[in-house]
Write a protein that binds this ligand. Structure first.
Ligand code: SF4
Ligand code: SF4
Length: 233
């Protein structure tokens, strides 16, 4: 498929840009957002129970809206960063897998570069990216992640911020099934596109949206078609 160019910028998907894996992002944050299925998938990978994994590596955190959420506790550096690698790479949380394009919005390279000007990001690949890129997150992974986040919200609404393994197991099964459901995925694609239009990148020089809703819709369709598995119609 031909490259799409808008306003003189080339549209790419974040999956086409390779993070160097320098590990800075595994050390600079205090917490990483996780969903219930992350707890089960990582626990199975490590060969421990979901409850043991939660108690050892995760915690409940106030969400600032009167509720609570679950996070991986990475204060002081993520404990899964070992020998310069992620020890749970195949099952790492969506937030890590999509990083640094894990926000439901479109990035413009020259804006993203300005955000990694701090010295701690000196080895970040973003600094070396060409300026003339429009970067779209991995839409398919993000859709799956949003479905699992919605299921987590429902779990938390029912069970509060405590991790109850039995209730969480039902939530995990339901989340994995919904994340594979084509109808649910289509609904979430529509929600994600609307979210991206709401989060339109703002030009720091003019303080105005750098892309229109029509341009974002065109970009979304282009990248989605590019990501679509070959077996799909
Ligand atoms: S889970 Fe892996 S990728 Fe995520 S912060 Fe920890 S070491 Fe880094
Ligand atoms: S600082 Fe940049 S290159 Fe290093 S892990 Fe984070 S996103 Fe990747």
């Amino acid at each position: 498929m031909d490259a799409l160019r808008i306003r003189g910028l080339t549209v790419v998907c974040g999956t086409e840009l390779k993070c160097r894996g320098c590990g800075t992002c595994c050390t600079v944050y205090e917490t990483i957002n996780i969903n219930v299925s992350d707890v089960f998938n990582i626990a199975a990978y490590l060969g421990i129970s979901p409850k043991a994994f939660f108690d050892r590596y995760c915690r409940r955190m106030e969400d600032g809206k009167g509720g609570a959420t679950f996070v991986l506790d990475v204060s002081g550096g993520c404990r899964f960063r070992q020998d310069g690698r992620c020890a749970i790479y195949p099952v790492r949380p969506d937030t890590c897998a999509m990083h640094p394009f894990d926000f439901p919005g479109i990035n413009i390279a020259r804006h993203a570069k300005a955000e990694v000007s701090a010295d701690e990001y000196r080895s970040c690949f973003i600094r070396d990216m060409p300026d003339d890129l429009i970067i779209v997150p991995d839409l398919e992974r993000m859709v799956g992640s949003l479905i699992l986040a919605m299921v987590k919200e429902m779990y938390l609404a029912r069970n509060g911020g405590d991790f109850d393994e039995q209730a969480a197991a039902a939530s995990h099964s339901s989340g994995m099934a919904q994340a594979k459901n084509p109808r649910m995925r289509e609904i979430m694609h529509r929600k994600l596109l609307n979210e991206m239009i709401r989060n339109a990148p703002v030009d720091p020089e003019t303080n105005r949206p750098a892309l229109t809703a029509e341009e974002i819709t065109q970009i979304y369709s282009h990248v989605r078609a590019r990501l679509k598995p070959k077996s799909e119609p």
